[in-house]
Design a protein around this ligand. Structure first.
Ligand SMILES: C[S@@+](CC[C@H](N)C(=O)[O-])C[C@H]1O[C@@H](n2cnc3c(N)ncnc32)[C@H](O)[C@@H]1O
Length: 723
């Protein structure tokens, strides 16, 4: 495809790399919580003020964790105050979304290719239709987009007997465009919009906005004019109820704790509510071996043990068995987490280490629940208000995601397949996870700029950038995987992006093939530990070696991204590095590496109004203090996919940095033929792999130990293992 400033060499894809191990293509694992959107959670939950990175066994964490690991039969109210039973993923189904029941549902496929909701119960025709149309879904791995025309779609198909006619103009769409005329309020029957559940990812400003409905008469009929206000009022009420329920829970927990002190500390309710079950005993190493040999414990035992370990770790001196160490409890807990949630031991431990004990359980729980379905309005084709109106008319229950985006809509329910509406096919929106709006918001490309999207397929972020640039300037949308550039191209066409040049190079070939960009987005290939709810295969198929190789690749790519930026850009000179992974190796460690190797770059604020600070130290490693400017997003905190974002400003190289450059000359970007593939030998020539040596050595030692071999003595300082 042609584009302004496009060298002719880029009109055809020049890369013939092997497809990388791309996470969303592995869809063999079942999803236990499929079909549920997670309950809304407040932005920056109670953990927000906590310093992460330390294994703090706080009582608060333990209580959160105790809520997550449910007793098999005990009913615990959820925070929405509905008193529904929360259930473990292995023994019972998850709490269902109340919206599930009444209406038929259509398949919704997110841009990541994951299905958001369950199939329409008794609408086979819709299902069949949706199946064929979802092939072109934004981030699906299917290469082919829908190839028919709008005429091929039966526009009436999506209409159910009771189409929703609610208007969209009463939502807060002000941010869409200041030119929009004020639509006069019109009368309609009560829209189902008013019944929608609480918003996801509410910002502080969202929460405070609920106050303006004070004093309104609840009995007055619902009109288009008052619908949004009433809805906010309902949300406020729900929040108050949730707070009340949470207080109740805490009171219960406090009472239980007091009981603990009075009665035998180890007395425990059994599955039937009897108080006569045996006191908890942490298995010894021998007992664990025996347990393994006999096929492992039953799920109730595992649940109880996890709960007890969390309790013990929260007040270790009082609750732990005499003579047992903290690390014994942690080892048992991690082993149980791995078996309960279905992770390999290595990954369970790696993820567990990211959080305080109680919060870790929340993270694992959140990975069992699908994230909300969200779409991004393509402002090249429509306005959010108009899109919302069109979709509401088709029976889609939606609302703006939050104040932080003026193009996002959260879909609560739909009687039509959201990936196959006429509006979708006409490119009015992209099915896109809320988290993937963030890197583009952070990069904030401006009209007429020259931008590189280094790893861009299938184009969710490229097309978002094209819209922000109002189809001006040029975006080089690159992806090493040629097959994936097909869906990228399809999306670029569908969304009407005219300033995009699609190309297929290994990102490590930049800036040799092309440089001088105002801005670069590196949405790097990663392990996908932030999107486990979409792709459960990550739980078992990621090994230590994968993380080492990925981290290498990411470090190589980030240097190339930096070197592709024009430091003298009048408008830009920025890079955003992002991953959908939560591991430190793929995030802070990569960013810190870039800061060390390229003294002419510095981290700057992402401009995002939420997200947790990146780690400045982690398990014995200290990063540059400015790494706290990076942002982490978590499913259990933000109700989004796990994500990481860093924004850099590239400065001109000074004399001092020039000498630095000479020193690092051997690290000039190199042409590397291997795409990331855990089994391929990655050519690291010229890349500074020295610093990874201790890790590689330690990994080798571990592998040998696991095989019962005696590892050679350590030759280098190895980062301290588990605290
Ligand atoms: C996280 S996905 C990108 C998603 C995309 N930015 C979007 O928003 O739709 C990572 C991409 O990196 C590509 N990739 C893997 N190795 C690469 C390399 N060495 N150079 C460039 N792209 C690479 C993969 O093919 C994959 O499409």
């Amino acid at each position: 495809m042609a584009g302004p400033g496009m060298p002719s060499s880029l009109t055809s894809n020049s890369c013939s790399q092997q497809a990388p191990v791309f996470l969303t293509s592995l869809r063999t694992m079942g999803r236990r919580a499929k079909g549920k959107q997670a309950d809304p959670v407040p932005l920056e939950s109670q953990y927000s003020s906590k310093k992460l990175g330390k294994r703090k066994a706080e009582a608060d964490d333990a209580e959160e964790a105790l809520k997550s690991i449910q007793r098999p039969t005990k009913k615990i109210k959820d925070l929405n105050g509905k008193g529904k039973e929360k259930s473990s993923s292995k023994t019972k189904s998850k709490p269902s979304n109340s919206l599930d029941k009444k209406k038929k549902k259509a398949d919704i496929v997110s841009d990541d290719g994951s299905e958001g909701w369950e199939d329409v119960e008794d609408a086979e025709d819709l299902k069949k239709h949706a199946k064929s149309l979802f092939k072109g879904s934004d981030e699906s791995d299917d290469d082919g987009a829908f190839e028919g025309t709008l005429d091929d779609v039966d526009f009436d198909e999506g209409e159910n007997d009771d189409p929703l006619q609610g208007p969209a103009q009463d939502f807060d769409f002000d941010s869409d465009s200041s030119e929009e005329p004020e639509l006069p309020p019109s009368k309609s029957k009560k829209s189902k919009q008013a019944e929608r559940p609480k918003k996801i990812i509410p910002t502080a400003s969202d929460a405070s906005s609920s106050d303006d409905s004070e004093g309104e008469n609840n009995d007055e009929p619902v009109t288009m004019a008052n619908m949004a206000t009433r809805s906010r009022k309902l949300e406020a009420k729900a929040k108050a109820e949730a707070d009340f329920a949470a207080e109740e829970l805490q009171a219960e927990a406090r009472a239980a704790e007091e009981d603990d002190e009075d009665v035998d500390m180890d007395a425990e309710e059994d599955a039937n509510g009897d108080m006569s079950v045996e006191p908890f005993h942490l298995p010894t190493a021998v007992e664990r071996e025996e347990e393994k040999a006999s096929g492992g414990p039953d799920v109730h035992t595992v649940q109880r043990r996890m709960r007890e370990c969390v309790r013990a770790l929260s007040k270790f001196s009082r609750r732990a068995e005499k003579g047992r160490s903290r690390s014994e409890y942690i080892d048992q807990l991690v082993a149980d987490i791995a078996s309960y949630y279905g992770y390999n031991d290595f990954l369970a431990e790696k993820l567990f280490q990211l959080f305080p004990v109680g919060e870790a359980i929340e993270f694992f729980e959140a990975n069992e629940v699908s994230r909300p379905v969200t779409i991004r309005t393509n402002t090249l084709r429509t306005r959010r208000r108009d899109l919302a109106q069109a979709l509401v008319n088709r029976g889609v229950n939606l609302e703006p995601i939050g104040k932080w985006t003026n193009v996002g809509l959260q879909v609560f329910e739909s009687s039509v397949p959201i990936g196959a509406t006429p509006e979708y096919l006409a490119g009015h929106y992209m099915l896109q996870a809320a988290s993937s709006f963030l890197p583009v918001i952070a990069l904030s490309p401006a009209p007429n700029e020259r931008v590189l999207d280094m790893a861009s397929a299938p184009g969710g972020k490229t097309t978002h950038m094209a819209a922000l640039m109002q189809n001006t300037g040029v975006i080089f949308a690159n992806d090493a995987n040629k097959a994936r550039t097909k869906s990228l191209t399809a999306n670029v066409h569908r969304l009407g992006c005219k300033n995009v040049v699609v190309c297929s190079y290994d990102g490590r070939e930049f800036p040799k093939v092309l440089g001088g960009f105002d801005r670069v987005l590196l949405d790097a290939p990663c392990s996908g530990t932030g999107v486990i709810s979409k792709d459960a295969s990550v739980k078992i198929n990621k090994s230590e070696r994968d993380f080492t190789l990925l981290s290498h690749l990411q470090k190589q790519l980030i240097l190339c991204a930096i070197d592709s930026v024009n430091p003298e850009s009048k408008t830009g000179g920025y890079i955003v590095y992002s991953t959908c992974s939560v591991t430190v190796d793929e995030n802070e460690a990569v960013v810190d590496y870039a800061l060390r190797k390229r003294p002419n770059v510095k981290l700057i604020d992402t401009g995002l109004e939420f997200g947790r600070e990146g780690f400045t130290s982690y398990r014995g490693k200290t990063f540059h203090p400015s790494v706290n400017l990076t942002r982490r997003f978590y499913p259990h905190v933000h109700n989004m996919d796990g994500f990481f974002i860093a924004k850099f400003k590239v400065e001109k190289r000074s004399k001092a940095t020039e000498s630095e450059k000479a020193k690092n000359a051997k690290e000039e970007p190199v042409m590397v033929d291997d795409e990331f593939n855990p089994d391929a030998k990655v050519d690291l020539a010229g890349f500074d792999s020295d610093e990874d040596k201790p890790y590689l050595e330690e990994a080798k030692r571990k592998r040998m130990k696991a095989k019962g071999l005696r590892p050679p003595p350590r030759t280098q300082t190895v980062v301290e293992s588990k605290a």
